[in-house]
Design a protein around this ligand. Sequence first.
Ligand code: A3P
Length: 319
Amino acid sequence: YLHQEEVVAQECEELIFSLPKENGWLASYLYKYQGFWHPVRHLQGIITCQRHFDARDSDVFLITTPKSGTTWLKAILFTLMNRMQYPIAEDHLVLNKNPHDLVPFLEHRLYVDNQIPDLSSMNTTRLFATHIPFFSLPKSVQDSGCKVVYLCRNPKDTFVSLWQFTNKLRPQGVGTNSLGETFDKFCTGVSIAGPFWDHVLDYWKESKEKPRKVLFLKYEDMKEHANVNLRRIAEFLGRPFSNEEEESGMVEGILKLCSFDTLSNLKINSTGKLSSGEENKAFFRQGKVGDWKNHLPIEMAQKLDQITEQKFSGSGLVL
Ligand code: A3P
């Protein structure tokens, strides 16, 4: 197993290197911090945000489990929240930039590599994304009046998507991860921001306790009832569609602009790269519900179902 050099800032060194670690999905370890597994770079970002990020009541956070449709919902939220400033048109920003460049991740963009960005000059409503588990969020996110839109996806498609994605991102020369090897890691919770089930459950519980603070969404439901959900999101964020907007077809317009077909076929998303190095096209694969059937043997699917049933039992959550 080839490991890339793990560069850790001095102030985090003692903490990070004292944590339990396991071989990860890319060429780096995953470290267990506050009950969840993170690659070192993300973990450093999480710790820096915990120390320095100050949430405002007006902030909006898109929080997701990796591979649950973050890119899609980034595009939707960005378009929805900026619809006055950037009306839907042929030169819309979503058509010219990858959604990850429009809505930054806290821990792997803004606070990465020990950076402490100055976010105080952002005077419009701030929109951030993160995969940080609920209990590891910077305290001000939990304590302030900010809003959280949470998105997850059924574990079988999430796992297949993550397996395919990480194999694309593995450095040259280290080979790919087998299905079996990554499956065992996913089931035992050793995956990026895993255990998957704990991540989802913590936000599910919070959404039940504080429905005005956390809106809980599922990828499958977004796919099936996209316009109902888009209206729900708009209302939750205190920006419902007006009658005029409804009549002008804005709901359908936003969904079309942010659809898999539109985004995946853009030049920027088929050729460009993020500043963090990932190719934009890695974020668009199939965009379908149920693709796990083409990859997972039945025993693996059953095992994931069993874990899900067991972990979610009594919670009222079904994925
Ligand atoms: P698949 O690998 O199953 O195709 P994330 O954005 O959280 O990394 O999740 C990536 C998953 O969302 C991928 O799933 C990707 O194809 C899918 N996706 C990306 N853009 C989408 C869109 N506009 N609509 C629906 N799904 C999308």
